[in-house]
Design a protein around this ligand. Sequence first.
Ligand code: SF4
Length: 346
Amino acid sequence: MTVPADGIDGKESHVSVNQRKKVILSGMRPTGKLHLGHLTGALENWVALQGEYQNYHLIADYHALTTNPDTSDILQNSLDMALDWLAAGIDPAQSPVFRQSQVKQHTELHLILSMLITTARLERNPTLKEQVRDLEMENIAYGHLGYPVLQAADILLYKGEVVPVGEDQLPHIEITRELARRFNAQYPAEPLVFPEPEGKITRFARLPGLDGRRMSKSIGNTIFLSDSPEEITKKMRTAVTDPQKVRKGDPGHPDICLVFAYHNKFNPGEVAEIRSGCESGALGCVDCKLRCAKRIADTVAPMRARRSELETHIDRVHEILRDGETRARAVAERTMDDVHRAMKMG
Ligand code: SF4
């Protein structure tokens, strides 16, 4: 049996069902340079999944407007993010990298899906409630309320079957699943237009920021993937540790220490030795931090090298985005043909 593949070149090819890779859509809002939290929370998983699945990597620039309509940095932030993705190992030949705003069908499908959901359902979205509380918002924009609908359009436009999420994020894709079901029920077709995407639980290790809070550029507690060894060392010196270990010789408690959490991630070969040195007091926090900084610098060194090479050939990055946008657009056009046919509007 053969089926049309959602080929990344935009041309209809035919492959056996068994050979066809499942489609994954993953994306981020362009907030500029990426940090260690992005690496451990998403990028490592994306790179690991790219041979097994057909990935589409979305620079969600319209999503960035839902909480802040200022676009003065958006192009540079998008470029910075693309540079970090490519430097971290995203292969654009396998997985198109593209800006949401350059594939107009995202907005068209968003409009159609927005007719199939109530505002009451969107107001129950737990993430929205958190944002309203954290950002102390008195009113929210119409587009902010509807961002899960845009997210659903992003995924369904590529007929995404899998969405990589952390366990706590599974409810986030429920609206996408509901909208796929509702569209298919309202506009039946053979085969049904949209798959119901499933969440793929990944090893999302939440790495705290240097002050122990959520790692965030706006808080200023991050280490960027593009930081130099000197910058990493300087930042690591500020990291919070066990407050009871004031000087070398004091016994420490590594399990409540942020630096130890970083060793666990970036220096697994030495954690046993560090634990015993910390607990006995033989290891001082300054030495411990310097060792940690060195390991982090070693981890990001190949990415920094790739990033700076790409920066000197920025035309290549623009070309990668143009190519990704062309390939994404071709898939999106085919999906919208299916949508219009099912709606008897085609
Ligand atoms: S020695 Fe290392 S693990 Fe122990 S408290 Fe100090 S920084 Fe943390």
